[in-house]
Design a protein around this ligand. Structure first.
Ligand code: GTP
Ligand code: ZN
Length: 362
């Protein structure tokens, strides 16, 4: 590796840029300048306009369908941005907060010609930056020259595309003894991804025999449930229930994955909660925001288990997708151990929706 950043490091920079509202350039046959709508300022919009190129708003298929716009590029739509459009118009297309109050944002003209691959990468990077998946884009001739002259991060499309579908490699950083209420024989292991993303944790209880299936839980971060004691989900009781069972058996491993809000981040999860207060269920709220119903990468969990020396698990979950993904990524699931705790009048509909729409077992 040379002194400069490689493509994985460039992608980490691009995510940071997007969060700051700084444009990036995706280098392709027609290179595309992209800026996250959520982080864009009026000054940046004015600077983009001054380029004189036609502006396009890249949205996911889910969000575009919600807005009744045509989707010509599979999972991505490119909406023509009228010359007089203000930042508020772009924001209202990106963010569904006021959809019900102002349902008519169109007519929206979806673009059909040309390639949407660069726009797709821009949207994926917005998601990875935990922003709303919406990018304002403009074609730029001589993309690399343009990027260099404006000190912008330039991402070659052909190098970025294959990485978007891969999980990052994780490396163990440190582990230390951590006695907890559920067990005095706890150890916390910290894992750091190579791509500059979130760290994930493994909490090991006792000294589980690596040659036997270990009692395991693949838990996704839920600040509201795990920390605040939210009654809107079952995460807190599941977390404590799993630890208690491992403590009682004297062995187990709880993977704590920092994939808040099924991988959309806390800010977007709160947007989803605001939509749920308007009457949408947990799945429809994700779609209306432009996300898949579940954006998590469960492979990271099996990678951690493998690196700790585990090959098979008794998995504490009600989610068959977790079982399937473990198996597909090389960890054998000898038993699914149900984890049904914490139902209350606030989360009853949420749990019923997960059973009806996401395949969770009741
Ligand atoms: N987007 C979104 N995420 C939510 C909502 N409610 C809870 N979550 C997140 O959903 C995830 C739940 O994670 P888990 O409990 O590990 O997974 P699960 O798919 O429910 O499966 P099991 O609990 O193993 O049965 C956490 O990341 C929560 O932050 C919601 O309404 N919208
Ligand atoms: Zn939760």
């Amino acid at each position: 590796m040379g002194l400069g950043p490689d493509i994985v490091e460039m992608l980490a920079r691009a995510r940071a840029d997007l969060r700051m509202g700084v444009p990036i350039v995706v280098l392709a046959e027609v290179s595309v300048l992209a800026v996250a709508v959520e982080a864009m300022t009026p000054e940046r919009l004015a600077a983009l306009r001054a380029l004189g190129a036609p502006l396009e708003l890249a949205l996911t298929g889910w969000r575009a369908e919600t807005m009744k716009a045509r989707v010509y590029d599979g999972d991505v739509a490119r909406i023509a941005v009228p010359e007089a459009a203000a930042l508020g118009w772009l924001q209202s297309l990106a963010d569904p907060a006021d959809d019900l109050a102002t349902p008519m944002k169109g007519p929206l003209q979806s673009l059909r010609d040309g390639d949407a691959a660069a726009h797709r990468v821009a949207i994926q990077l917005c998601k990875a930056a935990r922003l709303l998946p919406a990018a304002l884009c403009a074609p730029v001739p001589e993309g690399l020259k343009f990027a260099v002259s404006h000190s912008l991060t330039a991402i070659p499309l052909a190098l970025a595309e294959p990485l978007m579908a891969q999980s990052s490699l994780l490396h163990p950083v440190v582990q230390a003894r951590l006695p907890v209420e559920a067990s005095e024989a706890g150890r916390l292991h910290v894992f750091r991804p190579e791509d500059g993303g979130e760290e994930h944790y493994a909490f090991e209880i006792g000294r589980p025999d690596r040659s036997q299936p270990v009692l395991a839980r693949l838990h996704s971060a839920c600040f509201t449930g795990d920390v605040m004691g939210s009654l809107k989900c079952d995460c807190g009781p599941q977390l404590r229930g799993a630890l208690a069972q491992m403590g009682a058996e004297g062995a187990g491993v709880l993977l704590y994955m920092n994939q808040e809000g099924r991988g959309i981040g806390l800010a977007n999860k709160m947007r989803a909660y605001a939509l749920q207060d308007q009457g949408f269920d947990t799945v429809d709220a994700n779609h209306r925001l432009g996300f898949e119903d579940d954006e998590r990468d469960f492979r990271l969990g099996s990678d951690i288990l493998k690196s700790m020396g585990f090959a098979s698990v008794r998995l504490l979950t009600n989610n068959p997708a977790k079982v399937a993904m473990m198996e597909a990524s090389g960890i054998s699931v000898t038993e699914r151990v149900p984890l049904k705790v914490g139902e209350n009048r606030f989360n009853r509909d949420y749990l019923a929706t997960k059973a009806a729409k996401s395949g969770h077992l009741l």
